[in-house]
Design a protein around this ligand. Structure first.
Ligand code: SAH
Length: 210
């Protein structure tokens, strides 16, 4: 089976699993996941599963990428901050849906590779940064949306502070074995928190490597 028919089958699976945002589904359909996975797993690029990448990290499961992207309720004019670029797959899915994606990664080797892929795909609205996502990106704040793709022990206040009024953050929170994806909305100085789904992500770590 070709990558393209595998990809179409994956999109049908996501639809059956309850992802019904057509903009999100077509973004998934546009992104060649095979270029984001290591050579040895290339034949499994369109399975709905997480896979290992370099530096002991993972490429997220397509269902989780689709779910989190849909949960962000994106609009074309929005600025989005992503913490945890990894291989860059989630970033590439966000790119066609919004005005600009700012993405931060703490492992230099991963960021270099991801940046090369964004260039190869012509994703000119993606801006990358090597750094510690716990600090956010103060120079571009406030942003409309924040997506964190590593699990934090608690909601980082620094990131909440970089959201615009009415802004939302999607973030997995918790320790090993009891994480869940939260939607955090900033409204009139208050913060509303909504649990969305149990998950398993690699941990969010402080500092940088490489
Ligand atoms: N978004 C990726 C999944 C990334 S896995 C995808 O589409 O598949 C989580 C990533 O978060 C890892 O690459 C890890 O290095 C990174 N990470 C963990 N803590 C971080 C932090 N404080 N700042 C920036 N990146 C972080």
């Amino acid at each position: 089976m070709s990558d393209n028919s595998r990809k179409i089958r994956l999109v049908m699976e996501l639809r059956r699993a309850g992802i019904n945002d057509t903009d999100v589904l077509s973004a998934i359909e546009r992104v060649p996941r095979e270029i984001f996975v290591p050579e040895t797993f290339r034949d499994r690029a369109y399975e709905d599963t997480a896979l290992p990448i370099a530096c002991g990290q993972t490429i997220s499961q397509p269902y989780v990428v689709a779910f989190m992207t849909a949960a962000l309720q994106l609009r074309k004019r929005m600025l989005v901050l992503e913490i945890g670029t990894g291989c860059g797959y989630q970033t590439a899915v966000l790119s066609p849906l919004v005005r600009r994606v700012y993405t931060i990664e703490r492992q230099r080797e991963l960021l270099v590779e991801a940046t090369r892929r964004f260039k190869e795909l012509g994703l000119t609205n993606v801006v990358t940064r090597f750094g510690d996502g716990f600090k956010g990106w103060p120079e571009v704040a406030p942003v409309d949306r924040i997506l964190v793709t590593a699990a934090a022990k608690e909601i980082p206040q620094v990131l909440v502070d970089q959201l615009s009024e009415g802004g939302m953050m999607i973030i997995p929170v918790g320790g090993p074995g009891n994480q869940e994806i939260l939607r955090v909305t900033r409204r009139e100085g208050r913060v509303e928190t909504e649990p969305l789904m149990p998950v398993r992500f690699v941990p969010m770590l402080g500092g940088t490597e490489g």
